[in-house]
Ligand binder design. Structure first.
Ligand SMILES: [Zn+2]
Length: 422
């Protein structure tokens, strides 16, 4: 017998969610900008992530190929928290914010009786762009993730209302200027690295035209790794708290990132200008009541997170999402599906569209019409463009066709129109 979880006076306003027992809490953690291949559980050799590795080994479903829908913070987080693709929500410029027709996850869960708190590191993740919508408590303080974890545990521990809660935690601790405190600052410093002053150069893909040497790039990359371990050590304390309070039994825990980071993989540093694998491939780890640790190889995306939660919590079903529920994949009820394609998009500092599948990555320069194609089975680092050797006959026409087919709301006609204008 399912019982309603929303209070009666909400019933006239919304369709009540239903759940077999007390609905689980939801803890969503975004580590901005963490590329998947810097974590041990995704194959990295350095010990950057012992807590996340243990989480993946003992509790979580790990998605081998999770693809961000954009490579910068604003559109990617809007996609994560609404289930809508950037080509649908259209928040792809700094002066744009989601309209009232877009619903954020906190708005959905609050309507269902959840207490919602958000602790973000500010910047794009502020109320200016609507990210505070739906939260009972929303703070955008410039704190370390360690502070964020401390505050989160206090929120959870001191709540008087014993209903379900939703916590959203976000941090820039691994972000440029890659400046964790000691001992993390020096933890992974390679002997051959050469120190470079980062100063105000973040966001500049070539550090003001400087051609960084491999030794300087190594210095920045080493510090980035130190930041990852800094965050992981804070996560270890959060996970210990969940252990001590037996919270795993009634809490869905999701750890991910909004996009990756480049370290001269393709000639520049940072993010938000390209759609290569290092910018798009993010970690996605999901644990929750009834789940067993497993690895899922079907490609997934950040837009799948909200529909998954809506499905899991048995809330109102609707078709407003671009993403799809991963619940069958989480529970091991779905087979590997190599036909899945994930689309990513940029429209601010670059105008690019990409299509990622398990085997292949295609990147389209929308303005210039240039195509690149990479075989991910033989060229994971995306260094050999098959289009450059003439192996892309008919690809543009196929992309147009596929875009037309996935165009439910008309937004992607913008891409097709631009291609035809060129
Ligand atoms: Zn970001």
């Amino acid at each position: 017998m399912k019982r309603p979880v929303c209070v009666l006076w909400f019933a006239a306003l919304s369709t009540c969610g239903a759940y077999d027992s007390e609905p689980p809490n939801v803890l969503l953690i975004s580590i901005d900008p963490l590329r998947a291949d810097r974590l041990g559980c995704y194959g990295y050799a350095r010990e950057t992530s012992p807590a996340l590795d243990r989480f993946a080994r003992e509790r979580a479903v790990r998605f081998e190929l999770a693809v961000a829908e954009s490579s910068w913070t604003l559109p990617s987080h809007v996609s994560l928290l609404t289930g809508l693709h950037p080509l649908t929500h259209g928040v792809d410029q700094p002066d744009l914010a989601p309209g009232d027709e877009v619903e954020f996850l906190a708005e959905t869960l609050r309507r269902e009786g959840y207490y919602c708190f958000g602790l973000t590191d500010g910047g794009w993740l502020s109320d200016t762009w609507g990210f505070g919508r739906g939260f009972h408590s929303f703070a955008t303080e410039d704190n370390t993730f360690s502070d964020c974890v401390q505050e989160a545990t206090e929120y959870i521990g001191h709540r008087e209302d014993k209903g379900p809660w939703f916590g959203f935690l976000h941090t820039y601790d691994v972000h440029c200027p890659y400046d964790p405190p000691e001992p993390w600052f020096s933890k992974f410093r390679s002997p051959e690295s050469e120190a470079i002053e980062v100063g105000g150069l973040c966001g500049n893909p070539h550090f003001n035209g400087m051609e960084l040497s491999p030794q300087q790039v190594a210095f920045l990359s080493d510090r980035y790794d130190g930041g990852v371990r800094w965050v992981d050590d804070a996560l270890a304390r959060l996970f210990a708290y969940l252990d001590a309070t037996n919270a795993w039994e009634d809490t869905i825990v999701i750890v991910l990132s909004d996009h990756g980071e480049e370290f001269y993989d393709h000639g520049q540093i940072g993010h938000e200008r390209t759609l290569y694998r290092e910018s798009l491939h993010v970690p996605l780890l999901i644990a929750g009541p009834g789940l067993e640790p497993r690895i899922v190889e079907t490609p997934v995306g950040l837009t799948d997170v909200v529909p998954t939660l809506v499905d899991w919590l048995d809330l109102e079903k609707h078709d407003r999402f671009d993403g799809r529920s991963l619940l069958d994949l989480l529970r091991g009820h779905a087979e590997y599906d190599p036909s899945v394609q994930r689309w990513s998009h940029l429209a601010w500092k670059s105008e690019l569209l990409s299509r990622t599948s398990a085997d292949e990555q295609v990147i389209l320069d929308i303005g210039g019409g240039r195509l690149q194609r990479f075989d991910l089975k033989s060229d994971r680092e995306e260094q050999r463009d098959l289009c450059a050797s003439g192996d892309c006959q008919g690809l543009m026409e196929r992309l147009e066709q596929e875009l037309s087919e996935r165009n439910r709301r008309g937004r992607s006609t913008y891409v097709i129109d631009k291609l035809r204008d060129e």
